[in-house]
Design a protein around this ligand. Structure first.
Ligand SMILES: Cc1cc2nc3c(=O)[nH]c(=O)nc-3n(C[C@H](O)[C@H](O)[C@H](O)COP(=O)(O)O)c2cc1C
Ligand code: SF4
Length: 664
């Protein structure tokens, strides 16, 4: 299918300062967990996106001074010339594919944890960080201001000498330049505080010296959250005011919303934000500049992208997550291969992986972050040496489907994907039916299309195979991907067993409520031992339907596991809004019919008696591994993958299905 001519506009070149972008697809800066330490992974990860058609690929935050160190969050570093050798690798990979390479030069100011460098953090004023509340910086003296400006220039020259093309003077998510600009952080009374012009001075002076040093060779880009959507930054009007002031010094405006504490509003989860959500604010930047603008907002739809460019709001389509989920998104659109695009689902697993200092990962794209370490290419698959074999994959959930796709692409003679249910998909079939999770349907949708194109993969549904059936099937290799189930007895880690007295109460699992199989009403007790979004969102749903709901956890807060995915703020505010009563630090001692006794986990003698018509359990899962065990006992050559091995997130199931198929 040829490309729709309406999308031609996306493939026009764009001049930014002294350089030309070959099209309008721009990978904005984002963390990976690679930083300067994993130079090979960094270079190949960005290089793969360049190969996939992104006209520019940028690093994550690259720290210009030792007093700007975010450890344990892994960043790039530009403290000396050793650091720059690693960056040169990335530039080479980007240039090989005709893309520009950018570096997001950063100083974190008041948000510097400085756990690695052990320098004191610095900021415009001595105020505790709103993000890391234990960090109280030194208020910068004029010497400090001069020194940081020089650090920026030194770092910019290193970047230029390493062959990179785009140099950021990043203030973005309320980092140092934006801290000067924002009255929230800047309480100075000298020429760097007070009026907008004074608050802008540090950023403008830094831009001036950086431009003077490298402006003829490199693009000077500014990343700015034009609207903080909270107190820690600037409101749109002042954001636009700064754009007007700085415009003569800037080649490219990279604009977004939020701040570091409001990061959840920049990397908005699909549960709460729809595609293109940032345009409401960032489309106004055009009022203040005629220079090229790049914006973001989980954009994967080429019609929408073309519309934005035609409207004149932005010149470039920026992407972090869409480029992680599909590094070849631009190329696929360019070649009219629309059905091939693996669209981001907005789950923010990538944020969690990169933020916790791990290797980045992605639910949709198992190869993300593994381009160098494992040598996985998202679009190329080594033909298997033993491809003359037949393979049976039992279970067509996310692990089984991903495995069958990769086996098919590796050219195995016949791959049979057998599912006990009438439809494939497992958990990915029902998760999208939950409120706000429609986009998660893309996990199944993309895999269904891929499978339909593989002549050597046959899908058989409504076939529950026993060990004997599998043996009779005669496949030479067997993969078991039979998933996991939420335990109906409330099994969890606190008692290392079922909930005491579970058989006496009206107890149901959260997934049966989410799927509408059960409809608890009246007084409902929701017991959350998962610490993810499931317990709180079920409680909210029931409260909104009129039940009187109490949510209980043994932990000091709900949704602890959702903090790194930046969901937490949304979950917590919706819990308060919906009137759910919250009880932390408590767990179930005994269920006795309608009465449940809770105990305080720190002072077990303190009890709470709760009356509940229903008890909803967001507790442990167990692997469905009976078939695997039976096959092992019969000496069949079998491998288990995904939740059938141990219940985990969907992203791990996809990853494990992919990994098994790459190595078979
Ligand atoms: C894993 C991850 C890490 C990020 N790290 C950075 C960063 O280092 N610097 C930055 O300016 N923005 C960072 N961001 C924010 C993105 O650049 C972008 O503004 C945001 O995700 C919205 O764009 P998207 O909808 O295309 O993902 C990060 C985003 C993600 C998903
Ligand atoms: S992990 Fe989720 S949010 Fe991140 S890129 Fe992949 S699909 Fe998108």
């Amino acid at each position: 299918m040829p490309r729709d001519p309406r999308h031609d506009i996306l493939f026009e070149p764009v001049q930014i300062g002294p350089k030309t972008l070959r099209n309008r697809f721009y990978q904005v800066p984002h963390c990976t967990g690679f930083g300067s330490e994993k130079a090979g992974s960094q270079a190949r990860f960005r290089g793969t996106k360049a190969e996939g058609g992104w006209a520019a690929v940028c690093t994550e935050e690259a720290l210009v001074s030792p007093d700007s160190d975010f450890w344990p969050v892994v960043s790039q570093r530009l403290w000396d010339s050793d650091d720059v050798r690693n960056l040169a690798l990335m530039a080479e990979e980007a240039h090989q594919h005709g893309s520009l390479a950018g570096v997001e030069l950063t100083h974190g100011g008041v948000h510097g944890t400085t756990r690695e460098s052990r320098w004191p953090a610095i900021g415009p004023s001595q105020l505790a960080s709103d993000y890391y509340s234990w960090v109280v910086p030194k208020a910068m003296e004029l010497d400090d201001i001069r020194r940081v400006r020089e650090d920026w220039v030194r770092a910019a020259k290193l970047v230029r000498d390493a062959g990179l093309d785009i140099v950021y003077v990043y203030g973005g998510h309320s980092y140092l330049p934006l801290q000067f600009l924002s009255p929230f952080y800047n309480k100075r009374t000298d020429e760097y505080g007070g009026s907008l012009e004074n608050r802008a001075r540090f950023w403008l002076e830094t831009l001036e010296v950086v431009r003077e040093a490298v402006g003829d060779d490199c693009v000077i880009a500014v990343r700015l959250c034009v609207e903080a959507l909270g107190p820690a930054g600037v409101e749109l009007e002042e954001g636009l005011g700064f754009v007007r002031l700085a415009d003569p010094l800037v080649d490219l405006w990279d604009v977004n919303v939020g701040s570091i504490i409001e990061w959840s509003k920049d990397s908005g989860a699909s549960r709460f934000f729809k595609e293109g959500y940032q345009l409401e604010w960032t489309s106004h930047v055009r009022e203040a500049t005629a220079k090229p603008i790049v914006g973001v907002g989980r954009l994967t739809n080429p019609d929408r992208m073309a519309e934005i460019i035609r409207s004149g709001a932005w010149d470039l389509i920026g992407a972090a997550r869409p480029s992680i989920a599909d590094p070849f998104l631009p190329k696929k659109i360019e070649e009219g291969r629309y059905g091939e695009v693996r669209e981001c689902i907005g789950c923010n697993v990538c944020v969690m992986k990169a933020e916790e200092g791990n290797h980045i990962g992605c639910t949709q794209n198992a190869t993300a972050g593994e381009e160098y370490r494992r040598g996985w290419h998202p679009e190329r698959f080594e033909p298997a040496e033993n491809r003359d074999r037949d393979i049976l994959v039992v279970g067509a959930g996310p692990a089984g489907m991903e495995c069958a796709i990769v086996l098919g692409k590796r050219g195995f003679r016949r791959v049979h994907l057998v599912e006990a249910e009438p439809e494939v998909g497992g958990i990915t079939r029902w998760i999208p039916r939950l409120p706000g999770l429609g986009e998660w349907g893309r996990i199944l949708q993309w895999r269904t299309v891929q499978l339909s194109k593989l002549d050597n993969v046959e899908i058989i549904t409504s076939a529950r195979l026993s060990a004997e059936d599998v043996r009779e099937y005669g496949a030479e290799l067997v993969v078991v991907a039979t998933g996991a189930r939420y335990s109906a007895d409330g099994f969890q880690g606190q008692t290392a067993g079922p909930l005491p007295g579970v058989e006496t109460g009206r107890c149901v699992t959260w997934d049966s409520v989410a799927l509408g199989r059960e409809s608890p009403s009246g007084n409902v007790l929701v017991i959350d031992d998962l610490q993810d979004a499931a317990g709180p969102l079920t409680a909210i749903k029931l409260a909104e339907e009129g039940a009187s709901v109490r949510l209980v956890t043994r932990w000091p807060m709900f949704g602890m596991e959702t903090i790194p995915e930046v969901y937490f703020i949304w979950i917590q505010s919706r819990l308060y809004e919906s009137g759910v009563q919250m009880t932390t630090d408590h767990f179930v001692e005994q269920i006795d019919g309608n009465r449940t006794t809770l105990f305080n986990v720190y002072q077990p003698d303190r009890k709470l008696e709760i009356d509940a018509d229903w008890i909803v359990m967001a507790t442990g899962r167990r692997s469905e591994n009976g078939l695997y065990q039976a096959l092992r006992e019969r000496g069949v050559s079998v491998e288990a993958i995904g939740d059938a091995v141990a219940p985990r997130g969907t992203y791990e199931a996809v990853y494990e299905g992919h990994r098994a198929a790459r190595k078979l």
